[in-house]
Design a binder for this molecule. Sequence first.
Ligand code: C5P
Length: 409
Amino acid sequence: MTIKNRKILIIIGGGIAAYKSLDLIRLLKKNNNDVKTILTKSGKEFVTPLSVTTLTKNKTFEDIFDKSTEAEIDHISLSRWADLIIVMPTTANFMTKLAAGKAEDLATTVILASNKNILLVPAMNVRMWIHKATQKNINILEDYGYMFLGPEKGEMACGEYGEGKMSSPRQIFTYLENYFNKRNFMKKKNLKALVTTGPTREYIDPVRYISNESSGKQGREIAEVLNRYGIKTTLISGPSNLVTHSEIKTKKIISAGEMFEEVKKTLPVDIAVCAAAVSDFKPSKINKNKLKKNLKNFNYIKFEKNRDIVEYLGKNNKHRPKIVVGFSAETENINKNSFSKLKDKNCDLIIANNVSKKDVGFNSDYNKVLIIDNNGKIKQLKKNKKSFIAKKIVDVILDKLLIDERNFN
Ligand code: C5P
């Protein structure tokens, strides 16, 4: 189904690919969407306000200090008006500004003030794209929840070949169709999800605790993707410094016990993804005072088992989510151990990864996983950014959910 009656704000950046924004505007208008534009100062070097206005049939916004513009529509209402904001082409310089949180002209101010999803469509020379500074900015921007499309590999305007070519207007349009259709469908079904993430801390005394290396990144990325699809998402997170989109309800907890209580409060949900590295054990008692280092205390700590949250969800008779996803962090026998977990905890999917490798998994921006389905299928995802892995995992979850329409009767 094509998109129509959407309000799209296009920020046209300063690169030779800027002219392609005119084609996207035409495609969107042909399908009865309303398009407004902001032409950046350098974007104006490549396309004129007149050609943009002729196609959008709307005023082309240019400069934040334009008094007549501010009176007519300020930067806040412009960002509230849009269903989605697209920046095309997104230049390396523009990404630097966004990563630094700058608000120095209309385009950057609208974005900083925005509560909408923002799609960045980069285009630049291949060397600029692979430069560490650009790659670092991409990590930051993905962390802030910006969506990316492209760039593609191909011949560039400068004559070089490589990754850096902007996605075509048709590819952007198809991306928008997918985005809005999935979002529409999920909204109509009023789907809810919960995601657990991060480590837990089990205190021994007021200053010492048992925990692990989990950063919470993978679960956070999954919550972001679910939210992007319009699924009402609650993220229950152990201690971490990660920020989430304001639409995601985030509940901060410390211990496994607190995580379990928050999960129960969040039910019922349609989708539960348990990405947290929950401590399996906790000290039977938290000592009121700091333990002294005498030998008597050396063998002092007694442990008891924490409640298994994903198993509680998988085997819940009253409120079992339609899809329960567990994670399996292993250092050996990954397939065998993960399949056992899938069965024992009655999960629909298990995401298995090898945590003995330093460059993926815990505390890394990258992951490499197997998606193990309870129908016996295994999908292998090669090493990639956690944001990319999250998209793939959510696609499998949604396909599985949607295939079985009985879930909704
Ligand atoms: O058995 P193991 O701890 O390796 O299983 C990992 C999976 O179980 C993860 O999805 C983790 O979030 C979940 N888990 C849980 N509650 C626990 C322990 C693990 O939800 N107490």
